[in-house]
Design a protein around this ligand. Sequence first.
Ligand SMILES: C[S@@+](CC[C@H](N)C(=O)[O-])C[C@H]1O[C@@H](n2cnc3c(N)ncnc32)[C@H](O)[C@@H]1O
Length: 251
Amino acid sequence: MAGDQKGPDYVTSFGKYRSQTTETTSALIRSVLRYVPTSPGARVIDIGCGTGRYALLLVSATEAQVFATDLSRAMVDKSREKDNGQDVSWFLSDACRMPFAGESFDVAFLFLVLHVVKDSKTALQEAYRILRPGGYCLILTHSRTQLDRQTVFRYFPEARKLNKRRMLSLTKLKELVREIGFHHLRTEEFVEATACSREAFLEKVRSRPNTSLRLMSDADFQRRYEALEAAVAGQEECTEESSITLLVARK
Ligand SMILES: C[S@@+](CC[C@H](N)C(=O)[O-])C[C@H]1O[C@@H](n2cnc3c(N)ncnc32)[C@H](O)[C@@H]1O
């Protein structure tokens, strides 16, 4: 499976290090909740759920039935393990061909996933198909400017370049989303800066928690890592800046 090809420890690294600050996560979930109906029987799906961080938060914050899918068996297994009876329905499935009836969901998340699927247009068309009229598609992504500002990518330009190649610019993404039939687009930006000890920061980078860092050659990665280590030598703490955009579109 595509998601499993990045090494057996990717799930662990992703689960451990791809976290946001509590403030950012709370702000994001508050925004997301505006689009989740409070009526009984509302259905939400998290497509490309990874280790299930958003699906699990959502199921504890709403009455909605929460479904979550991922192409990687290891990700789905990890999510199920974390679920601990919270009742998310987990599925192993491809975002481009989902085993759900048309118009069967009120909200669909595509969080940091369109850049890793084979065909982002098909994935968006699938999201459109399974949403009821008036339902919301919530897409989490990075703009070009956000990729430029992200601390880790300043030290690993090859990874940033790769992300710029595979992540649609916000303008192109909005065009595509409109072409598929969505309307009433709006965006919201979440900005954060987190500080941790130099050793914790370097340990995180060494685990290569982003697919773009994993897709770099080992030689390039090592060279850039050594430069980073030299740049932060002598610092007690490292501050990491990152920002992200939520694009909301209505069917
Ligand atoms: C960067 S992670 C984001 C995970 C989660 N949405 C989050 O933000 O925490 C991308 C996820 O997309 C999954 N993925 C890749 N291709 C996929 C596809 N065709 N269908 C469904 N999931 C896919 C990967 O296995 C991975 O878990």
